[in-house]
Design a protein. Structure first.
Length: 175
């Protein structure tokens, strides 16, 4: 007779990566619900932290504005930036990974400017022979996973951008 507290073998043998991916999908699915519970000009930093948890980065501006970063990279498809005004109220909540922001990334921008527009990348790769670095962000416009990449030259300035299907998702689908 089976012990009711024993997990089925199929769940026990599931790779930890699959469990992590499932948890990330569930978390990403919760973000719209979390966003809906917050209102610009009304919600406080306490309200934001109640919905999103502790931010990865907090930047304090000279005027007292606090910028809270909530990247969902490398496993998720969003990067949120939430600004808290000097009055303690949320002044903006933005999801950075979208076509408008991708279009703002232009040749000649430096890495910090790009990070300010798109948030923390999912991955950064250095190509020593070409003396280039490529940053990539995963995003999901509708129901497909995509990758937006920025190539920086030896001077640390943007050389080019590119968009492609997310190769990680392609590999999982067996394409």
């Amino acid at each position: 007779m089976n012990n009711p507290t024993t997990l089925p073998t199929t769940l026990v043998r599931r790779p930890p990566l699959a469990a992590l991916a499932l948890a990330v999908l569930l978390l990403a699915g919760c973000d719209p619900q979390r966003v809906a519970k917050l209102e610009e000009g009304v919600s406080t930093e306490v309200d934001v932290r109640k919905q999103f948890g502790d931010p990865v980065t907090v930047t304090v501006e000279p005027d007292g504005t606090r910028t809270l970063e909530y990247p969902r990279q490398p496993e998720g498809w969003t990067n949120y930036v939430i600004k808290i005004g000097a009055d303690g109220k949320m002044s903006s909540l933005r999801q950075l990974l979208n076509e408008d922001n991708f279009a703002r990334v232009q040749p000649g921008m430096d890495a910090q400017q790009v990070r300010n527009v798109l948030g923390r990348p999912a991955e950064q790769k250095r190509y020593a022979l070409k003396n280039e670095e490529v940053w990539s962000w995963r995003y999901k416009p509708v129901n497909e996973s995509r990758l937006f990449s920025v190539t920086f030259g030896p001077d640390g300035k943007v050389l080019a951008t590119a968009e492609a299907d997310d190769p990680r998702e392609q590999a999982q689908m067996g394409r």
